[in-house]
Design a protein around this ligand. Sequence first.
Ligand code: UD2
Ligand code: MN
Length: 585
Amino acid sequence: ILFLYMHLQDSPARNGLYSPRDGERRRVQLQPRTFQDSSASKKHTEREDPVRHGYVKDFKHADSDDISQLGIIRNPEDQKQRDEGYSHYAFNTLISDRLSLHRIIPDTRHRLCQHRQFTGSLPKASVVICFYNEAWSALLRTVWSVVDRTPSHLLHEIVLVDDNSDLPHLGEELETYVAENLPQVKVIRTGERQGLIRARIFGADHATGEVLVFLDSHCEVNVEWLEPLLERIHENQTNVAIPIIDIVDHDTFEYEASPLVRGGFNWGLHFRWDGMPGNMLIEKADYVRPIKTPTMAGGLFAMDRQYFIAMGKYDPGMDVWGGENLEISFRIWQCGGRLEIIPCSRIGHIFRKRRPYGSPGGADTMTRNSLRVAMVWMDEYKEYYFQVRPDARKKDFGDISERVALRRRLKCQPFKWYMDNVYPELTLPNNKGGGGWVRNQQIKRANANIFRAGHLMYHGSNLCVTSEQGIYDKKSLLVLGKCDKDEQSQIWKETEEGYFMLAGVLCLDIEDVPMGRSYPRIMKCHYAKGSQQWKWKGLHSRNLLNPASGKCLGAREPRAGSHISMEICNEDDKELQFEMVGSTG
Ligand code: UD2
Ligand code: MN
């Protein structure tokens, strides 16, 4: 690999590709491949099959309704491909490579979204996709899904921005493939690793469509994904439109609908999903209307290009990953725009368990970037960030004078305005009473109709019910973990109907074991009661009952790391006592 890397660095073809000053599409002179017997060239032929034939040899129906076979390991080579895929890309590339680049995915939109008419005068979009060392099949499936599911009169172009990847297939092979198959696509290269934030600025600078749409390099857009986004921007140039982000399972590649959730953040300045306040979803039509959201996850959104420029693009002082999503969210709201989730637009995204790349020099870019957000946009509220992250106080965040000047020039609102008008649900850390977490019982009275959210705490301990594998991993079991208010895999939303959603994404459920001990786990929410419905048992007791199984949540060993299990309910049993200790109403 090192050899290939050095080879690529030296290769004239590579150096002759697009640099930041040279974004125009042009054909690259082809160099003979010199790594003929490497596995890369072998994969090359395999990779081409899905495009030409719709599936890879031996796997005849690689569409979403029949992907269960695709993970089968037939020989040591398959095993190797799978293992290497996980280590390079953090998802199952064995399946991704076998799956059609044109696979059909379930239409996850609400019924009311179907058969809608759009005005004929929607603006055209430039779709900007930045990538760094992305898997071939995931990148190309992203591109093809856009080509396949976007009316050509709305697709101005697709701009693929290579952020100086060092994998061989993303070099001239990609260039050739695009030249032969994808006339809508232009490939540009940053020439030096910029990180996703500057790579997006670079991509936007080379785009010429009326509207910019940003996508990650491992997405699949769904039916009629673009029209509702464009419609909203067409109505008002200062609307920034966000799709619902569906989940493409990183292990199985199943495509799953996400529930309707909004973007929020916590005082550690981490993005989080918030359940919808109950009063926002009353009529059926509420599930399809634009929904105002305090923040965006970051990766997928549409924005008028001139507006993007006028609003100061992104903060170019931010490196690699993190923070830019809150920065652009605060900026849009505080400077007169509007951030909305458009429920009729759905895009699948592979949520990986870990990020498969680092930053140059291994720097903690998230903290540095968050500091810039705090210093430029948050006024006195930045103190709450420092309360949660005292270590950040002494860290370097570079020069922010241009962003401060931008804020002044755009005459933006103070952060307090944002808190009061856009995100009043966010409570301050340690507020009132100073005792850390507020007991949920009190919150419930104040907001009788709204779900409650917070930690599901092992009664009287400092241990909280925690997902073992993060918030997106379907089937993850639960363990006791030290309570941490920034830990998304501990934040449960209890809805009125008795569903417990972890970070607003997956639902508390139980394993389907007919006899013997069973364990709770998190699963896709189906909202059909059954094993996903829970009930606090008795008046004063704190047993959490799962009526479908007749059992209660329990922890056999009251120590961090031990698994939560389902036990015979017993209101006096200490090991079965839990309570909600919450933050927001
Ligand atoms: C989320 C966002 C992501 C970004 C990030 C915070 C979604 C679905 N994803 O994390 O878009 O806002 O939060 O910063 O909302 N990339 C580069 N150069 C780099 C590193 C990454 O071009 O140095 C590309 C990468 O290949 C990918 C995109 O940037 O296409 C986003 O990166 P990610 O997928 O690792 O971020 P994710 O989804 O964990
Ligand atoms: Mn991503």
